[in-house]
Write a protein that binds this ligand. Sequence first.
Ligand SMILES: Cc1cc2nc3c(=O)[nH]c(=O)nc-3n(C[C@H](O)[C@H](O)[C@H](O)COP(=O)(O)O)c2cc1C
Length: 350
Amino acid sequence: MYRLVFSQVLQRLDAEAVHHFTVSALALLARLPLVKRLLHRVFAPHDPALRVTAFGVHFPGPFGLAAGFDKDAACAEAVAALGFGHVEVGTITAHGQPGNPRPRLFRLVRQHAVINRMGFNNAGAVAAARRLRRTRGVPVVIGVNIGKTKVVPEAEATADYVASARQLAPLADYLVVNVSSPNTPGLRNLQAVALLRPLLTAVKQVADATPRRTPLLVKIAPDLADEDVDAVAELALELGLDGIIATNTTIKHGGETGGLSGRPLKARSLEVLRRLRAKVGDRITLVSAGGVEDVDDVWERILAGATLVQGYTGWIYGGPLWAAHIHRQLLRRVRRHGLKSVTEAIGRTA
Ligand SMILES: Cc1cc2nc3c(=O)[nH]c(=O)nc-3n(C[C@H](O)[C@H](O)[C@H](O)COP(=O)(O)O)c2cc1C
């Protein structure tokens, strides 16, 4: 049914227009407590066998929505009600900004992929904090992903991230330093350890100072050389970070300028996950994103060492109940393997 709606209607419309319509519809849904609760009861993961705990946070299921969909923290509860085990909002920057000129979002339907060069369009950290403070009507784990404001020079990047962290860390179940989006000039240079160490150290001080000590993760690009993946992993261990999210979109493609996500990213994201697991073992949490389309992908990432798995592009092609469906199948998979919980599967093939 969704495939028909997608090919006959959605695919013919501007991708960003569909995105904004979807977010608005979900934001409206988030304001309807009864509907939201009903959907949550039906579609959210509830079986104890799907529960995972990472960095002290309890997730109802391991599969969540990656950053970039709910950039302004407008509809996280509705997203959770549709079956995602967590929602990573953002990227949020200290100052609001419009992002790059349109068009900036392109579907590659045959490849089940997307290219985007959105450029962190968002209303800024203060506006996001206001939204996050609103009471949550259904339980939802919210990660907050922060990035650098475009006009802020690289030399002042740390202060800019710290400003966002001060606003948002107290409201986040976990905080992510995003240094891997390709659409803010120079951002990915911050992945170099010499720049990353002072940045993460400063943000960690802020995250550590919140009443509940907010877990801190770093999100990396799939285009890092293997040695650089290792270097970030070592740094994460050295600084006592809580986790690494791998990966963001890739710029290694021949299409429109921007980051490529979806099916073509699958192999490299899995490769980076395996490399990270070999380096850090279970000492820090690994979150895998990139090209996840179905339960087989989620299962493969968990076996390879991911405690949490995220998807975004697969949702565009998979339809509204994509995550609910994946969690349901995952539960069957856990039982078929005679496991008590999905947690027992983490890192089994690593
Ligand atoms: C339209 C779009 C916007 C995105 N925006 C962000 C962002 O703001 N911050 C971020 O960390 N990742 C962003 N991402 C990357 C995703 O979070 C994810 O890491 C990547 O798309 C790989 O997962 P996927 O193949 O399941 O989409 C974006 C992805 C897409 C498709």
